[in-house]
Design a protein around this ligand. Sequence first.
Ligand code: COA
Length: 277
Amino acid sequence: MSQPKYKTVLVDKENGITWVTFNRPEKRNAFNPTMVYELEEIFLDLETDDETRVIVVTGAGNSWSAGMDLKEYFREGDANPRTRFRSYTSMERWAGELLSMSRKPSIAMVNGYVFGGAFIPVCNADFAIAAEDAVFGLSEVNWGVIPGGAVAKVLVDTINIRDAMYYATTGETFDGKKAAEIKLVNFAVPRDRLRAETIALANKLMEKNPTVLAYTKQAVKAVRQMSYNEALEYLMAKGTALRFADRNQTRDEGIKKFIDKKEFKPGYTAIKGKDAD
Ligand code: COA
């Protein structure tokens, strides 16, 4: 059920999926300070919420998000250093570290406009699925700023430099199909399939042991910034940590069921488990 405690975001929980919906459709879901403070609180809460197995982030109305709020975030932030500092920090925390390194897998379900700062959560979500007719744009160059606040960084960490440069410097918009072609999103689907395809991916993720899944996604994200030798060390330590963290002892159970009992093929299915640490 929706929790009315938030002014600008809806939170709905159903069958293991928590739907986080930006809810300022009249402002195309632009991120104002209220919304980023609420999102920071929501993402902190979800981290330890047992009901939440997968987080889906989407937008109300015809927009995913039109990016940072030019009035409340930029103009009013310029005039108020405290608001500026707090809102910049909250944005980086929820759309950066909390979303990116969460133990819960996340899917950006892109239903419409994605401009500027909205690229940060699209890129930092673990997966993104777009409606074929969604509209993406790095509009910053059109109104006199650079793709800052981590936009350029998450962009080049996600797509190749040729496409990043082209869209950042031309400000040209592109649709969901193009976003899938340049791998900004995993795939694009007709609008009427968007929700069903998102749920299908979420269900696929929920078949895995949540602790194993959490460690896997964190490992894939973390090694991107590391040298080869650092990655080897980190992965060895992370793998060892998982053996202690996984209350279901999935690894030992998997070996037993495959080698001794011959009742399971890890090449095709997953050992199920509900405990998350
Ligand atoms: N910041 C603040 N307000 C925004 C906004 C933003 N990023 N994006 C939209 N809005 C507001 C508009 O000011 C308008 O408010 P009003 O009704 O009080 O006049 C309302 O949302 C609807 O916007 P409108 O432009 O009329 O909708 P549209 O459907 O014709 O166009 C967009 C949608 C997204 C193409 C257009 O609003 C736009 O270009 N927004 C800015 C996108 C952008 O450059 N974002 C980068 C920020 S980093």
